[in-house]
Design a protein around this ligand. Structure first.
Ligand code: SF4
Length: 122
């Protein structure tokens, strides 16, 4: 056991939208009985890419004792692509560019790296 960052899901706040599953490239978060669950703590790297997409604030990062992150196992997980994810400005999908999650006006959005500077600098 090691002390490290790991995602925490507040089941009371989770509305079951499923938006946090795809951003988790390691496959640590899955949809179980209509709610998001960390199904394998060794697959959670604690980076928190999922946190920004949650519309209800159900996801947080906490530091606690858990198993070590298993990078080899994480890299061997099947990579999920989601054709419904695209840049909210230009519409580019995740297979043709880099997308980042962001929050604006209580909405969870994706933006590509080409449109992000325009968003920041106007
Ligand atoms: S994004 Fe948030 S509300 Fe949606 S399934 Fe994941 S934890 Fe639940």
């Amino acid at each position: 056991m090691v002390k490290r960052n790991i995602v925490k899901i507040d089941e009371e706040k989770c509305n079951g939208c499923g938006k946090c599953v795809t951003p988790c490239a390691e496959g640590a978060i899955q949809f179980v009985n209509g709610r998001a669950k960390v199904v394998s703590e060794e697959l959670c790297d604690g980076m928190g890419f999922c946190v920004g997409v949650c519309p209800t604030g159900a996801l947080t990062i906490e530091q606690r004792e858990t198993v070590e992150f298993n990078q080899e196992k994480a890299e061997s997980q099947e990579k999920n692509t989601d054709s419904t994810i695209s840049c909210f400005i230009c519409g580019q999908g995740e297979t043709s560019g880099y997308l980042m999650p962001l929050r604006h006006d209580m909405e969870s959005l994706w933006v590509c790296t080409r449109c992000l500077p325009k968003l920041i600098h106007g």
